[in-house]
Write a protein that binds this ligand. Structure first.
Ligand code: C2E
Ligand code: MG
Ligand code: MG
Ligand code: MG
Length: 279
């Protein structure tokens, strides 16, 4: 009986596995073509001053507009792009596009604006020896001050590539490009890197913001992160703010900046220009 059910299980699963392999092959082909076909686009989510709700910067977030499958979110194809060795090229395109977009906004908006753009870096991009030259090229090409570019990396990247991270962050600091730790507090890393590395911004992970109103420990933890950030001269940004209640906690705790659906979802670049113009 065991043998029969084992066989049945195998037969039930095999076609599905074959589909998965086929799917992957299709997606792989499609992804290789997507960049050339202009199917990859960046949307931007405002990062706001919490008190005034005025936009200070915008995070670039990747989307794949697939002709048959609709909008594919980054978590569904970035790991594949990494596996296929496409992420360096894709990531380089993201940095260049975000810089060009900020240059375009600058020309559209009244002068004196200090809008910045924040770009996520994947692990392989971070390991790429061409990264720093590419960043310099993009800044020059779009005539941006280095300060208007923020690069976001996760704690996991720091842990996995610690000695490289030290060198890259020191160099970025030299160039004047700011570095943010994305999803701060959510990884399995020690805080020791904060002693040694040139970090400018801590993006407090959404799970802590959710916890503000879900657990009595939430406000304590967020308060402690904000104190630490302030004492270390790091700029905190609260991620994933969805409710007025979360916002009021964060305002009381003097969190200066935030991002989340409460203020805006990620939007097309044209809408960012409109948001920036609206007083
Ligand atoms: P992330 O960098 O932490 O970006 C924030 C994610 O949270 C975005 O999802 C954003 O749409 C979402 N979000 C923002 N506010 C809220 C909120 O109030 N509630 C909820 N539920 N979600 C909110 P998205 O765009 O799907 O991106 C997911 C992740 O994919 C990003 O997390 C980032 O790690 C990665 N990613 C996105 N674009 C890129 C890229 O160009 N390059 C690389 N390497 N990674 C990217
Ligand atoms: Mg991010
Ligand atoms: Mg710095
Ligand atoms: Mg994040």
């Amino acid at each position: 009986a065991a043998k029969t059910s084992g066989k049945a299980r195998f037969e039930r699963f095999e076609p599905r596995m074959r589909v998965a392999v086929m799917e992957r092959a299709i997606v792989e082909n499609d992804l290789r073509a997507a960049l050339k076909l202009d199917q990859l686009r960046l949307v931007y989510q405002p990062i706001v001053d919490m008190r005034t709700r005025r936009m200070q910067g915008a995070e670039a977030l990747l989307r794949w507009y697939h002709p048959e499958r609709g909008v594919i979110p980054p978590v569904s194809f970035i790991p594949l792009a990494e596996d296929l060795g496409l992420m360096t090229e894709l990531g380089a395109w993201v940095i260049r596009s975000a810089c060009r977009q900020l240059g375009a906004w600058r020309r559209q908006l009244p002068p004196g604006g200090d809008l910045y753009v924040s770009v996520n870096l994947s692990p392989t991009q971070f390991a790429d020896p061409g990264l720093l030259d590419h960043v310099r090229d993009c800044l020059t090409e779009s005539e941006l001050e280095p300060h208007s570019l923020v690069l976001e990396i996760t704690e996991q990247v720091l842990v996995d590539q610690y000695s490289r991270a030290r060198a890259v962050l020191a160099e970025l600091n030299q160039i004047g490009v700011r570095v943010a730790i994305d999803d701060f507090g959510s990884g399995y890393s020690s805080l020791a890197y904060l002693l040694e590395l040139d970090v400018d911004i801590l993006k407090i992970d959404k799970s802590f913001i959710d916890a503000l109103t879900l657990s009595p420990k939430g406000p304590v933890l967020v308060g402690s992160i904000l104190h630490m950030a302030s004492a270390l001269g790091l700029r905190p940004i609260a991620e994933g703010i969805e409710t007025e209640e979360q916002l009021s906690y964060l305002l009381r705790a003097n969190c200066p900046s935030g991002q989340g659906f409460l203020f805006s979802t990620p939007v097309d670049p044209e809408q960012i220009a409109a948001i920036a113009i609206t007083p």
